[in-house]
Design a binder for this molecule. Sequence first.
Ligand code: NAD
Length: 512
Amino acid sequence: MPAVHPTLAAEVRELLGSLGVDAALHTGGSLPVTSPITGEEIGRVVEHETEEAEAAIERAHAAFKIWRTVPPPKRGELVRLLGEELRAAKPALGRLVTLEVGKIASEGQGEVQEMIDICDFAVGLSRQLYGLTIATERPGHRMMETWHPLGVTGIISAFNFPVAVWSWNAALAFVCGNSVVWKPSEKTPLTALAVSALVARAVARFRAGGGEAPDGLLELVIGARQIGEILVSDERVPVVSATGSTAMGRVVGPKLARRFARAILELGGNNAAIVCPSADFDLALRAIAFSAIGTAGQRCTSLRRLFVHDSIYDTLVTRLRRAYGSVTIGDPSKPDTLVGPLIDKAAFDAMQRALQAARDAGGTVTGGGRVNVPGCEGGFYVAPALVEMPSQAGPVVEETFAPILYVMRYTKFEVALKLNNAVPQGLSSSVFTNDLSEAELFVSAVGSDCGIANVNIGPSGAEIGGAFGGEKETGGGREAGSDSWKAYMRRATNTINYSKSLPLAQGVRFDV
Ligand code: NAD
């Protein structure tokens, strides 16, 4: 059992208290929460039993029946208030993200900013849940489509974006007229408790302003995967958005399919970038360094594979090595730190296994070892690894959730493009080039097969305005911006006959 870190634990209690979380929920429970900063305990959260999770789903189901009748712009008002609560809570919640996940301060704060941004987006959306009016072949008829609330939205989230991913789904679900049951990662229940308290504050203000918000709009269910499985199996939950590893999606996807529920699967990535001879070198270098090293390689969009044109390979790799050597690794609470810890020992072990497999496959590894950070001896800090590989083989085709960048040479752009696509995952990708034909080819129908394909910007760090998600083993789900909201609603096609005759479609005659 990990020792308690008295200072960090006290800070967590104070932060949660300031955000309105009942201390009984995170002290004395059965689920220990450790901070990756020191590997020590910072809280003990109360877990839910099966019956409690089922009761939570029932409450959310009852809430849905009321919430769906509230006009969408009014539902938007609740999300606007939530955005206000998040703005006020940004310093505290961002700090909690740092304490619970080990993100550096700007990334902890940035995660909350992303929540605020999606709330703003959802507020606007609440007046734009448009359906089409469709030309009909029958005189005296009108055809249209309407979008209706779908039901309880299940959200299963991963540790690495403990709160932003929830908001991408929940802000849309709320304006779409759905209630939400959220199963956060068992590694990050504290930030989930904080968000739940902020939603309660927004609901209270909404009610004080005369709005009708039922109890049960957001239900939190805390526990390991068994609790997630309850959400996945329950008929009262018609849509589940599940973010995590491909291994999780392989279990969750078929279970949802079996009961014809909708799945929004946001799974693992193995993201690549191609650096062409015409690329802006300095820009590419900075983008690569941020995408590969940032968040200690623990973003689903982190850069993991780099294809560099033979003519610039040696120069680029030399400069990359220098950049890798210059990053400050350490306590994410310190202002000059760029790389914080891995989430836990299991992540460190997985990284070491991948590096050994890379060596076995002929790779040359620079970095990758454990870094001792004074005062944080129980944390798993690593030097980001740069691995020159002779080919795309072995661990290169798998996602290892750690800062490992596999670098490979190419001579023909078409071959690099093919290699970009030659992995089972399909989340994010980039090309660095000033050659228009390469850029256009990359984003064309025969270009990158990923859900995100960028030009002259790294693969990591998406904006909420676009639809986020990926293909193949990344699961095919889309969330956040664009028309992702449609996944949280059901579409009805309506034909209205305002004539006195009954013309049948396709000229069919049926005179009785
Ligand atoms: P994980 O798969 O271990 O867990 C994710 C969540 O799924 C947790 O809440 C877990 O309890 C739950 N879960 C696991 N098995 C389940 C089951 N059988 N039924 C129901 N719930 C289950 O992932 P993690 O280690 O927390 O996160 C890292 C992974 O998430 C990486 O693979 C990363 O690429 C991926 N990720 C993807 C995206 C995306 O948008 N594509 C975003 C963030 C993270």
